[in-house]
Design a protein around this ligand. Structure first.
Ligand SMILES: NC(=O)c1ccc[n+]([C@@H]2O[C@H](COP(=O)([O-])OP(=O)(O)OC[C@H]3O[C@@H](n4cnc5c(N)ncnc54)[C@H](OP(=O)(O)O)[C@@H]3O)[C@@H](O)[C@H]2O)c1
Length: 424
């Protein structure tokens, strides 16, 4: 182990970067040599920050022969990918919080890192402050994990929690979340499920031990969830959550997806409210394990980045640094499509108030091998239509799609309002 200070280059000084600088000030053995930013004149919330430490050229950091560890917290793939490739080629260890980069370019970066014998750590990229990568790679390493159910996006969980508690619409809560800083001005990345998909891509890859392709992950956001859906779900004993799911099928294929789900109120994920994140893993021999905590924010995220930095510092100079954290996947996952998945379903239907309409719905479902588990009819409105909610037993999604098509073409059915998958 080196006796002099370990030198670190920080790329990005926004929410996470600022947190990292603040928590690193207590470590005498680590020196931040340079920090790259976009706007050098921006006021920074850091005491005694020497202006000379800042640069607008992040390549200065990745090419600096004195720097041992590059911490990348700018986000996105461009220029982050080129920067990290250069850093790895220059034999620097990497700490990153960048889920998008890992999901899209992880394979290339990890292969290069193995070739150059450097380490990439990324605890902060998945579920912010919750320790999940290191536990899977170390303490849980002896397990065959076959299922992950997770809430990986604080913004959407905040919105859904508020919709349920206050019985208000998605649009109303989104506006409030934007005012409070819980949602971005352009919320697409969160509300359409991109952020959760990036995270589950990497999480599933390491937990299922097969490379999961982000482009094959089915993704559906929360924008179509109505206040009515929330209330009907509640009456039926469920909450609605945006779930990132990854599981192995019986024939060892990977079923990886992100979409809203009705979660039984007794399930531990139903009690994850507000911006909190949670990951539930199922494996053998451990059984079911739940992790929960802050999925974002300056200090929780800095906690994970700091843990990664300290892990690298503890072994720096060794020829075989943190071998258990290396990427060792050799197999690409065979990912099934959403049509091939099996789920229970919540279907919200507006139907004409005709005698026998529930029988018609049951018959159409039966035509496609779908059994109904429960039916809820809400009162008749002034157009003489009724809202009918059905929960199905387990069915193949392809069959459900066919049943929905037949329902849409039936004269008794006015509208299919929503279709939401239901957690077992
Ligand atoms: N925020 C969280 O709670 C959180 C949680 C987990 C993971 N993450 C991940 O952490 C990363 C950073 O997130 P953040 O919230 O800290 O972002 P942020 O607040 O927007 O900060 C981004 C920083 O990167 C700098 N930057 C952007 N492009 C640059 C370039 N080309 N060269 C040099 N500097 C550049 C910006 O400089 P200026 O300051 O000059 O504009 C800013 O300091 C992302 O990958 C994000 O997904 C964030």
């Amino acid at each position: 182990m080196k006796s002099e200070k370990v030198k670190l280059g920080l790329i990005g000084l926004g929410t996470v970067g600022t947190g990292v600088v603040k928590v690193l000030k207590d470590y005498d053995n680590i020196e931040i040599k340079k920090i790259a930013v976009k706007n050098i004149n921006k006021k920074r919330d850091i005491e005694n920050l020497a202006p000379s430490i800042l640069t607008t050229d992040p390549f200065e950091i990745v090419n600096d022969p004195e720097i041992d560890i590059v911490v990348e917290v700018i986000g996105g793939t461009d220029p982050a990918f080129e920067l990290l490739k250069t850093a790895i080629n220059n034999k620097k260890h990497i700490v990153t919080a960048n889920k998008e980069l890992l999901a899209k370019k992880g394979q290339e970066l990890f292969n290069l890192a193995n070739e150059k014998n450097v380490t990439i750590l990324y605890e902060a990229a998945i579920a912010g402050g919750i320790p999940i990568i290191m536990p899977i790679k170390t303490t849980l390493a002896g397990n065959k994990i076959h299922k992950i159910e997770a809430i990986l996006n604080g913004t959407t969980n905040y919105i859904l929690t508020k919709m349920e508690k206050d019985n208000v619409s998605y649009e109303e809560v989104l506006k409030e979340a934007q005012k409070l800083g819980y949602a971005e001005t352009d919320p697409t990345g969160d509300v359409e499920g991109f952020d959760s998909a990036y995270k589950i891509a990497t999480l599933a890859t390491i937990a299922l031990n097969q490379r999961v392709d982000i482009n094959k992950i089915y993704k559906e956001g929360i924008t179509k969830i109505s206040a009515n859906d929330m209330q009907f779900a509640k009456e039926l004993g469920y909450k609605i959550k945006l779930i990132a799911l990854a599981k192995l099928t019986d024939d060892n294929k990977a079923d990886v997806r992100v979409h809203p789900m009705l979660v039984p109120q007794k399930d531990c994920l139903a009690s994850i409210n507000g911006v909190t994140n949670s990951v539930v893993l199922e494996g053998f021999p451990v059984g079911r394990v739940m992790f929960a905590g802050p999925g974002a924010g300056m200090f929780p995220t800095a906690s994970s980045v700091l843990g990664d930095i300290l892990a690298i510092v503890s072994g720096i100079g060794s020829d075989n640094l943190l071998p258990f954290m290396k990427c060792n996947h050799t197999k690409n996952a065979q990912q099934i499509s959403i049509e091939q998945t099996t789920n229970r379903y919540y279907i919200s239907i507006t139907a004409n108030n005709n005698p026998g309409v529930i029988g018609t719905i049951g018959k159409i479902c039966g035509n496609h091998n779908i059994n109904l588990a429960s039916v809820l009819q809400k009162g008749i409105d002034k157009e003489n239509t009724a809202r009918i909610i059905i929960i199905t037993e387990e069915s193949i999604e392809e069959n459900i799609n066919n049943a929905i098509d037949e329902l849409k073409n039936n004269s008794s059915i006015v509208k299919i309002n929503n279709l939401i998958r239901v957690m077992e």
